[in-house]
Structures are given as C-alpha cells and as structure tokens.
Design a protein around this ligand. Structure first.
Ligand code: FES
Length: 163
C-alpha cells in the first residue's frame, strides 16, 4: 500500500472542496476517500489532507480521532470488533475480548505483529437480542461464543476468509 495520496485522489479532493461553501465540510468525505485508498490515516497523510483543504493539521487530527470509522493506524487482515455495551457485556463479551487479547497477544485497539488480526471493541451494534455480537471485517456475527471465535482465527491463520 502506498503511503502517499494518488494524484487523481488529490484532484478528486480538490473538486470535492469546491462543492461546499466551506472547504472544511469536505474533510470527512476526503478522509474516507483517502482511507479507502491507503488503508489508514497516519500523521503525514493527515497533514497532506490538511494542506489540500487549507485546514490546520490539529483540526484534521481531531476529526480522525473522533470518528470511529476513521483510523490512524493500519488494521489487520481480519478486523474483529466486539460489542461491549450492556446486553453483550452481560452475555460474556468482555470474556471474549479478554480471551482474544490473551490468544493474540494484543490489547483491544491493536494489531498483531503478523498483521493478521486487529481486535477492538465497539458500542451497541443494535443486535442486542442476539448478544453477544461482533463485527468481523464489517460483517455481523451474533450469539458469539469462543468456539465461533476460534473457528474464525483458525480460518484466517490458514489464509482463508474469516467467515
Ligand atoms: S449491546 Fe451489544 S449489540 Fe446491543
């Protein structure tokens, strides 16, 4: 993955900025565009987006760190996001996160050294009736138990798709 923004994407961002009365309004769509291209939004890339939209770099950072769909660090091939809100917590989601952390030697929010897994927690996924719930690369997995998680880990380790 390249660590600079492609010229055509920069052009698209410039075009986007002209569609809004204030360039700032183009920030989130621009960041999403760049993240889709690069995979994450590290500092140097944030600085470039700030430059393109005439915004102070701290303002870009604020937005990147505020919105859960934007990320500063690259994620693993398999992104596991476990719901930590009440219904899921009551049905064992915390234990699942803990076991994932132990098994993969990471803390929630981190990516394994081999780049295979990123583990995170999220707030209610609106799937409380089938708690505990989690997302795996954006897809719902419900009524999660450790056996299901183990199956996912095994598949990814074999180079297969997680689901
Ligand atoms: S509390 Fe986990 S999906 Fe709602």
């Amino acid at each position: 993955m390249s660590m600079s923004i492609k010229p055509e994407t920069e052009k698209a961002i410039a075009a986007l900025a002209t569609r809004y009365p204030q360039k700032r309004a183009a920030l989130i769509p621009a960041l999403i565009m760049v993240q889709n291209e690069i995979g994450s939004l590290p500092d140097a890339i944030q600085a470039r987006v700030a430059q393109l939209l005439d915004l102070p770099a701290p303002q870009v950072k604020e937005v990147v760190t505020f919105y859960p769909m934007l990320r500063e660090h690259a994620i693993g091939k398999c992104h596991i996001e476990v719901c930590r809100t009440l219904s899921c917590a009551m049905r064992g989601s915390r234990t699942i996160v803990k076991k994932l952390e132990d098994e993969l030697h990471v803390h929630a929010g981190e990516t394994t050294k081999d780049g295979l897994f990123t583990v995170g927690t999220v707030e209610c996924l609106a799937s409380c009736g089938s708690a505990p719930a989690m997302l795996v690369n954006g897809n719902y997995v419900e009524n999660v138990d450790w056996k299901i998680v183990e199956g996912i880990l095994a598949k990814v380790r074999k180079g297969e798709k997680p689901l």
